[in-house]
Structure formats: structure tokens, C-alpha cells
Design a protein around this ligand. Structure first.
Ligand SMILES: [Zn+2]
Ligand SMILES: [Zn+2]
Length: 451
């Protein structure tokens, strides 16, 4: 992907000079699954050679992989909340992209539900300038579909597109009016970019604070039925098909939504979808203890929905993993469950949580996970990381044996509302290279599971 194009930032520091000796390279898209030397020179993958064969420059740092450490293409997250401008006490461009780098990401896309809302070209320009100075890894931006996320008047989509918006979303809010969305789809067809949709029928979700089911009834909490999401996915897929427009469904949380996406794809409509790690790994049972880190939108659903989402990710109905990284300050989350804001952080735990929770038990193959964690870039017209000669170094070095407890050494994110906090995880990112730069080096030494 080209950070000079529509992405901003990630060009701090010198290009990497690094020899990763005898590492197990896995890149499904490049068709590589074997032990190699990877030489990075001037930020570019200069050599992929038989183990021991690559000759590093004398000043290149050499890291010994022992045939055991993995090198994967770095991940891409098309859905994060960096909270800037306006809520920098939760996160900012520096802290959010540090968290992303620690999680193995070489690019993220920030949502526009900031204060003020990112709905004008001058604001987008200033945000891109700020990202160029402060972001550790390249950041792309989605602008709002409607002014102020009010769901009424469309933003100047063409102008925002020219200013570098990768697409449009009212994330945090649904576009309730089918007529407004239809108009947005017609503009999108003309000016390009992807329309990303947070699907929620507010007349169904109302004041719900968790998944509607046996547990919400037992706890006496207002529930959000899964049809609040799935009926909107079905409606908007059909609108996209009718207008031959390109839409992306954000954070799917239930089986019926995945079925609606599958049906839309079968009809040739130009739709794609993402799912968050928490919806793949947790159910509404996690809410029983009223931990506010388990409160997010859409809410954690039932086991049947969770299992269906894993299967939809596996078979490609759902195209990619997106964290919906949603930082909130401690004092905002330390309130009764009903009053707490929705959202969990996720950038620093996504890979390890999915590796531990899905790959190790055999529910998902590692190459499929890697593919789904990188594919978000392509959905927004960018190139995904690829481990190949002469490509910019966008890769991670991972120790799949290392066990760690989420949050034990704190977080790079400014917020700590992570639903996986305190969980024992396996698989740790040792190094991340993004835009040819070394953007993250794990400080905690490998203790357990060493060969
Ligand atoms: Zn959302
Ligand atoms: Zn979101």
C-alpha cells in the first residue's frame, strides 16, 4: 500500500535494515509456507533466501528465528476509533497507532464519529496533516455519509473523496432513512470510495444494553434483538444491488446478517463484510458479571451466532477481521453497566486472541486467519501486505509459542477497556514493520515456550 497516496503517517524514523535469519514465513497470498531468510534493506524486502544463505550488510541487525519464529504479512484494520479530534483523553493518533503497531498492524482506517464529526474537507485535510506528523503507522480516514452523523443531509462526498477519504460511514449511527442511503449510494457510484455501514434499526434496538435473550431476561436488562442488525443488512444489500453500488457491512454480530451477506454475494451484489474478534470469541454469557468492558455495539450475541460468524469468516462470506477498537476512559466505564458507553479496545489483542481461541482449538486454519486479518486493505482499494522481493517491508515477527496475559504489562492504547484483559493468550507479536519502518519491538522478553 502506498502511504504517500491516501494513507497518512508511518514515515517517522529511518527505513529498516534487518536480517530475519531462518524464520518460518507464512504468506498465503504469496504462496509461501517455509523456512527462509528475510533480508530487509532500506525498508524493502531485498532477499528471500534459503535459511543461512542471505548475506546481511554489516550494519543490518540480525534476528535469529531458529526455524521457529514466524514471519507473517502485517495486518490491516479497516475499523478503528482513534478519537481525534475532540476525545484525546481516550486515544489519539500517536497512542492509537502505537497500539496498532503492537498488534501487528501496518495500516488502519479511522472512523469519523469524532468531535467535531469528520464531515468536511478542511477537517479531513488537517487530520491527514496531523497523521503525517504523529501516526506511527499509515492511517486512512473514512468521512461521514451525513453531516454531523444526523442521517439527513449528505456530506460533500466528491470533495471529501478528492481530499483523500477512503470512503464514507456514519459509524456509531445507522443511516436510518433508505432514501438518504439511496442518494449516498448514487453519489458513491459517481465519486468512488466505499460506503461502510453500521447496521441498526433503532426502533428495534431502542434502549437495549445487551443481546436480547434468556440472559437479558434473567438479568432484567433491556435487550437488543439480532433482527435490529440483520433486517438492515438485508435492506441495504438490496439497495446496493439496486443501485449497483459498493457497500461494506461493519461489525456483523449474528448468523442472520451473515446469511444476508451470503445471499447478496450470490446475487452478484458488490458487498463485503467484517467481523470483530469479540464477536468471534465471546458470547452474551460474558456479560453475566456486568463487566462494562463486555458492553459493546452490536452486543455480544449467543453461541449459535458466534459459531455461525466463525464459519462465515472461514468460508469467506465475511471478508475480513476488524477490531472496532473503541477506547473509553476508565472513569467513563466505571459506572453501572446500563450507563456505560459501548465499546472495547482490540488492536493489541486481536491476533493472539484469535490464534488462541480459534486456531489452536482447530476452528480456523492459521493461513485463513492471516488472510482475513490482511484483506481489509483490499476492500478499501489498497494493497494488502505481501511478503515478496522488492515489496515494502510490511510484516510481523511472531512467537506462536509465547504465552502472556492480556494487559499484564499495560497497554500502548491510552484506554484499557479491553474485553480480553486478564485472559491468558498464546502467540505474541515480537516485531512489526510498517511502511518499511520498524514500528514496534516487544519489550517483554520471551519467557515461556521457548524452543
Ligand atoms: Zn458501529
Ligand atoms: Zn465502530
Amino acid at each position: 500500500m502506498s502511504p504517500e497516496g491516501v494513507l497518512s503517517g508511518g514515515l517517522q524514523g529511518p527505513p529498516a535494515e534487518l536480517l530475519l535469519r531462518d524464520v518460518h514465513v507464512l504468506d498465503p497470498r504469496a504462496g509461501i509456507d517455509r523456512r527462509l531468510d528475510v533480508l530487509v534493506r532500506q525498508g524493502t524486502i531485498a532477499e528471500l533466501a534459503e535459511p543461512g544463505a542471505a548475506a546481511g550488510e554489516s550494519d543490518a541487525e540480525v534476528i535469529e528465528g531458529g526455524g521457529r519464529l514466524r514471519v507473517l504479512p502485517a495486518f490491516f484494520d479497516p475499523h478503528v476509533h482513534l478519537r481525534t479530534p475532540g476525545q484525546e483523553h481516550k486515544e489519539d493518533l500517536d497512542s492509537g497507532t502505537r497500539a496498532a503497531a503492537a498488534g501487528g498492524y501496518c495500516g488502519v482506517i479511522a472512523m469519523p464519529n469524532t468531535e467535531p464529526v469528520l464531515d468536511s474537507a478542511p477537517l479531513l485535510r488537517s487530520l491527514r496533516d496531523a497523521a503525517a506528523r504523529e501516526a506511527r503507522i499509515p492511517v486512512g480516514f473514512l468521512a461521514a455519509i451525513t453531516r454531523g452523523l444526523q442521517g439527513e443531509q449528505l456530506t460533500e462526498m466528491a470533495e471529501l473523496g478528492q481530499e483523500g477519504a477512503l470512503g464514507f460511514t456514519d459509524d456509531g449511527e445507522p443511516v436510518e432513512s433508505a432514501g438518504v442511503l439511496r442518494k449516498a449510494l448514487q453519489y458513491q457510484r459517481l465519486c468512488g470510495g466505499v460506503l461502510a455501514l453500521h447496521e441498526e434499526d433503532r426502533s428495534l434496538s431502542r434502549d437495549g444494553v445487551m443481546h436480547e435473550g434468556a440472559l437479558s431476561a434473567a438479568l432484567g436488562l433491556d435487550g437488543i434483538p439480532t433482527v435490529a442488525e440483520s433486517t438492515m443488512v438485508a435492506r441495504d444489500a438490496e439497495l446496493a444491488g439496486y443501485e449497483d453500488a459498493r457497500v461494506h457491512f461493519q461489525h456483523l454480530s449474528c448468523s442472520a446478517s451473515a446469511q444476508a451477506v451470503a445471499a447478496a454475494k450470490a446475487r452478484g451484489w458488490r458487498v463485503s463484510a467484517e467481523v470483530a474478534p469479540h464477536h468471534l470469541l465471546l458470547t452474551d454469557e460474558a456479560v453475566r458479571g456486568m463487566n462494562t468492558s463486555m458492553k459493546m455495539h452490536p452486543p455480544l450475541t449467543g453461541e449459535g451466532d458466534r459459531a455461525a460468524l466463525v464459519e462465515a469468516l472461514r468460508d469467506g462470506t465475511i471478508d475480513c477481521v476488524a477490531t472496532d477498537h473503541a477506547p473509553h476512559a476508565r472513569e467513563e466505564k466505571e459506572v453501572p453497566f446500563e450507563q456505560a458507553p459501548m465499546g472495547t479496545t482490540g488492536l493489541e489483542t486481536a491476533f493472539a486472541a484469535l490464534y488462541s481461541g480459534l486456531v489452536m482449538p482447530g476452528a480456523l486454519e492459521l493461513p485463513v486467519l492471516v488472510r482475513r486479518m490482511t484483506a481489509g486493505a483490499e476492500l478499501f482499494g489498497l494493497e494488502a501486505a505481501l511478503i515478496a522481493r522488492d515489496r515494502p517491508a510490511e510484516l510481523v515477527l511472531v512467537d506462536l509459542d509465547e504465552r502472556w496475559t492480556a494487559g499484564e504489562h499495560g497497554w500502548q492504547s491510552r484506554s484499557e477497556n479491553c474485553c480480553f484483559s486478564g485472559r491468558r493468550l498464546q502467540g505474541r507479536i515480537q516485531l512489526t514493520l510498517a511502511a518499511g519502518r520498524l514500528v514496534h519491538r516487544d519489550r517483554a522478553p520471551a519467557l515461556a515456550g521457548a524452543a
